[in-house]
Design a protein around this ligand. Structure first.
Ligand code: ADP
Ligand code: MG
Length: 267
């Protein structure tokens, strides 16, 4: 794609109708993410972050608008095509690991390879790639252990290995460090950042942690089903007043981000 945009969402609307209540979870949301970017999605609980991730990745359908992934409209695919496209091109990391407890670490990691029928990968090759992915996330010796025998941080590493084993173009992470202590969170963040830089994979990370958000290339702030702003963590970002010079970068970074966060959550 000439403009390098891998995720394009235009006027996306999504309503949940449970029969009792109708919730407008996304209300005309626009978003573009460039290939290789690491983007944080932040905003108050219930503002639609998980819904955004689930709809962008095609796990869930939208009511209005258009979503294009690498120029492809997933809504126009059949269920089977969409599932295959996801298996080949996307990886998922969730807060509560979602590892299958009866499988060992290496069996969990090789799962996407065996499920991606288009790749026609042999069991032996899948096992080898899964072992390499576990090594890449710092668990070279834990392949035969089951999730219950691993710590929370180790389980999340296994999830990341599983999300990355087939080298997907996009990795979706919904509060990947939400259940981890701050030291382990930082290790997981370092790992994702390294894989993002080494492999050029695009990461979209929902997080409540400003610390995690500030280590991404961009923070997209959401409120009430919309993107409400993008104060930029980079020192080169142009402040809202348009003056580029005049502040030391580290100082202006926290000075521009934090008041905006407060404005968004207090409104
Ligand atoms: P976040 O991830 O930012 O906390 P969600 O995307 O989970 O927000 O939810 C957005 C809104 O949609 C909330 O009001 C939530 O209660 C509602 N919602 C989410 N999933 C469902 C569902 N399956 N059925 C009904 N309402 C839902
Ligand atoms: Mg959520």
């Amino acid at each position: 794609m000439p403009d390098n945009v891998i995720i394009r969402a235009k006027d996306v609307q999504k309503t949940y109708n449970t029969g009792k209540v109708v919730v407008q979870a996304l209300r005309g949301l626009d978003l573009e993410v460039k290939q290789g970017e690491m983007v944080a999605i932040m905003g108050p609980s219930g503002c639609g972050k998980t819904t955004l991730l689930n709809t962008l990745s095609g796990l869930d359908a939208i009511d209005e608008g258009v979503i294009e992934i690498d120029g492809r409209n997933l809504a126009k695919m059949s269920d089977k095509e969409r599932t295959a496209y996801r298996a080949a091109n996307m990886g998922f990391v969730f807060q509560f690991y979602n590892l299958l407890p009866v499988l060992t670490a290496v069996e969990n990691v090789e799962m996407p390879l065996l499920l991606d029928y288009s790749s026609r990968i042999k069991a032996k090759e899948a096992r080898k790639l899964a072992g390499e992915a576990l090594t890449a996330v710092g668990l070279p010796d834990q392949g035969d252990q089951r999730p219950t025998e691993l710590s929370g941080g180790q389980q999340q590493r296994v999830t990341i290995a599983r999300a990355l084993v087939n080298k997907p173009a996009i990795v979706w992470a919904d509060e990947p460090t939400g259940d981890l202590d701050s030291k382990t969170s930082q290790e997981i963040m370092d790992l994702m950042r390294r894989l993002n830089r080494e492999n050029g994979q695009t990461f979209v990370i929902v997080t409540h942690s400003l610390e995690i958000g500030e280590q991404c290339d961009r923070i997209v702030w959401m409120k009430d089903g919309l993107v409400v702003g993008e104060p930029q963590p980079q020192p080169t970002a142009v402040p809202a007043n348009g003056h580029v010079n005049g502040h030391s970068s580290d100082h202006s970074k926290s000075a521009t981000l934090v008041p905006d966060l407060q404005a968004i959550s207090n409104n």
